[in-house]
Design a protein around this ligand. Structure first.
Ligand SMILES: Cc1cc2nc3c(=O)[nH]c(=O)nc-3n(C[C@H](O)[C@H](O)[C@H](O)COP(=O)(O)O)c2cc1C
Length: 192
């Protein structure tokens, strides 16, 4: 039985070759808010391993609050240049502090400053505050490493199902559905 994580990474690698996309790793994750509404958010997919799909964010953002109440999550992506769609359903689990710190260190200084300067999803008084907050933290950390904010971390989406769709102009799309049952992955095909 083909391993869907390996299949995903093979697709991802091929999508990155000559990719015309500026934001090459952007995927849409969907959480459920406290009123039961789905809520879509684009995030950068950091990596995919045998456990799941990892993204980073503020743990107390809107999506972080949704996940505290309901860990169910979907991930959807469409790579037009290769004709691949992937849909993942699963549960999100916070990554541990060491892993989060490793991702923190991969962020460039500008991204670290922005993450430190803001409380994602909270109200901003006015547009000028964008720059004034950045100026304040830039001065604060002018000669020193920027510590990882407590509220920043990441999640692993542990999938229960992963559907790979190979788009065809004829609309005879190939839909390969992998479902996890008692620890083993089963593959089936779906009509287009
Ligand atoms: C291409 C792209 C990539 C993004 N990557 C991330 C990301 O990795 N982490 C993140 O927290 N927000 C990312 N964002 C911003 C989110 O889409 C979203 O606006 C933000 O996380 C606030 O979400 P929330 O208030 O719904 O929780 C990205 C936005 C775009 C357009």
């Amino acid at each position: 039985m083909e391993n869907p994580f390996e299949k995903f990474n093979t697709w991802w690698k091929s999508a990155l070759i000559n990719s015309p996309l500026k934001q090459k790793n952007a995927v849409c994750i969907s959480t459920i808010d406290s009123n039961g509404f789905p809520s879509g958010h684009f995030v950068d997919l950091k990596s995919v391993n045998e456990i799941g799909f990892i993204f980073c964010t503020y743990l107390n953002s809107a999506k972080g609050e949704h996940l505290k109440e309901n860990s169910k999550i979907a991930l959807t992506l469409w790579w037009d240049h290769v004709g691949y769609q992937v849909r993942v359903l699963g549960e999100a689990e916070p990554i541990n502090e060491n892993e989060a710190f490793t991702y923190w260190r991969t962020r460039n200084k500008e991204a670290q400053l922005t993450t430190t300067a803001f409380q994602q999803s909270k109200l901003l008084a006015n547009e000028e505050e964008l720059q004034s907050r950045i100026d304040r933290v830039s001065n604060q950390y002018i000669n020193s490493e920027i510590p990882q904010p407590k509220a920043w971390g990441g999640y692993t989406i542990k999938p229960q199902s992963i559907e790979f769709l190979t788009f065809r102009e004829s609309r005879l799309h190939l839909r390969e559905l992998y479902t996890l049952k008692e620890g083993a992955w089963y593959k089936s095909l779906l009509q287009p």
